[in-house]
Design a protein around this ligand. Structure first.
Ligand SMILES: C[S@@+](CC[C@H](N)C(=O)[O-])C[C@H]1O[C@@H](n2cnc3c(N)ncnc32)[C@H](O)[C@@H]1O
Length: 378
């Protein structure tokens, strides 16, 4: 159930032509990521830096100058333009089936959410004002962004996230067996002695893939998930119901969750830290610590782009900030998350960084975890 090719009625029914277009985008992205991008640091050394030096009479030094030098390389510019175009093609390739099939999907969502035997719940707030720092942006070029909400029964943001995310991931190396929740299950087993939560909170859940995986893995657990986007949450709720798992979805800001103190055994987030600014990140960490019980665990999993051997690698990794609508990608890469966790109140000895392989072993993820001491937050 965790794998990315899980089938359920909330997915758009694509024609063979649409599927072939998606496969073409996957192939293009595999080529751009595995073969073309890997040469960018060499392009800097062999083309960019010499061209910058010829123009300025010295080597590039600051991150801005390194970026300028990268753009002196025709090969880098070709990769950058092609990668941007491939990212836009993801959304075209999944947008056509979504909008053609939208009425059926919305009707399916309404039926699943209203079924007498539904297992979970959905709590939206009509007057909710989604986090303004990301609501106005097409993050990773997703049309309408995370907070897209076209109508009272809109599910497009969630449909985009799941189907676009699949095309993205299949072309990124992680592949069909990628499961970010699976990575945490393994960590709970191997590092945390088979920690089995009774209450779970998933922050920034999007289409609810990880939330549903927690509910599936810990069948007795009370699983809650929050996100800012109504369209995202309607989809996530219907998807979880379609898969037969109980998840309670709430429209809430991770930096201001409305749960009691000491309530959850496990608070997790998957790929949310890189989507929020520094202030919100620090408040989200403090909130996670507030709502986890003494002896419980807080685990933030995210992209593995934070550690770079040189400044050139670091600047190269920050491409998404300028060209992929990822407002806080660089902020996340440069953040001192250990200091943030300490400042949030996690006990010093409990904070750990983990560099973990994906379930498929083709990708790596960054994880930072912390615990609440038995006596409460310090
Ligand atoms: C990259 S997605 C991660 C989705 C999901 N956890 C996964 O790994 O598949 C980030 C999600 O965080 C949500 N988000 C951004 N800022 C948030 C906030 N302040 N509070 C709650 N969710 C937020 C976005 O709406 C988006 O759905």
């Amino acid at each position: 159930m965790n794998v990315r090719d899980v089938q359920h009625p909330m997915l758009p029914q694509a024609t063979e032509e649409e599927l072939s277009r998606q496969r073409a985008v996957v192939s293009l992205r595999k080529l751009l990521n595995a073969r073309v991008r890997s040469e960018n640091v060499r392009r800097f050394a062999e083309e960019g830096a010499p061209a910058f030096a010829a123009r300025h009479g010295r080597q590039p030094q600051s991150p801005d100058e390194i970026e300028q030098a990268l753009f002196e390389s025709v090969g880098y510019r070709m990769w950058s333009a092609a990668n941007r175009a491939a990212q836009e093609m993801i959304w075209v390739s999944v947008g056509e089936p979504i909008f053609r099939d939208r009425d059926r999907m919305q009707a399916a969502a309404a039926a699943l959410a209203g079924a007498a035997d539904r297992k979970g719940s959905l709590t939206l707030h009509a007057d909710y004002d989604p986090s303004p720092e990301i609501a106005g942006t097409d993050v990773h070029l997703q049309p309408g962004g995370y907070a897209r909400d076209d109508s009272p029964d809109d599910i497009v943001a969630g449909a985009f996230y799941e189907t676009g995310g699949n095309v993205f991931s299949f072309g990124q190396g992680a592949g069909k067996s990628d499961s970010k929740a699976g990575v945490i299950f393994r960590l709970l087993e191997e590092r945390f002695g088979g920690f089995t939560p009774g209450r779970v909170l998933d922050l920034g859940c999007s289409a609810g893939a990880a939330s549903a995986a927690y509910a599936d893995r810990f069948r007795q657990a009370d699983v809650h998930a929050v996100d800012i986007g109504a369209g995202m949450l309607r989809y996530a709720h219907a998807r979880a119901e379609a898969l037969g798992v109980a998840v309670h979805f709430h429209q809430m800001d991770a930096a201001d969750v409305r749960f009691p103190d000491d309530h959850f055994d496990l608070v997790v987030s998957h790929n949310m830290l890189h989507e929020i600014g520094a202030d919100k990140r620090r408040r989200a960490m403090a909130e996670a610590l507030r709502v986890v019980r003494p002896g419980g665990l807080v685990i933030f999993q995210d992209v593995d782009t934070r550690f770079a051997p040189t400044d050139v690698h670091r600047v190269e990794k920050n491409w998404d900030t300028g060209f992929n609508g990822e407002l806080f990608w660089k902020t996340y890469n440069d953040a001192d998350l250990l200091a943030d966790m300490r400042a949030a109140g996690f006990a010093e000895g409990s904070i750990e960084e983990h560099n973990v392989s994906a379930v498929s072993n083709l990708n790596r993820w960054y994880v930072i975890s912390g615990g609440k001491p038995e006596g409460g937050a310090k």
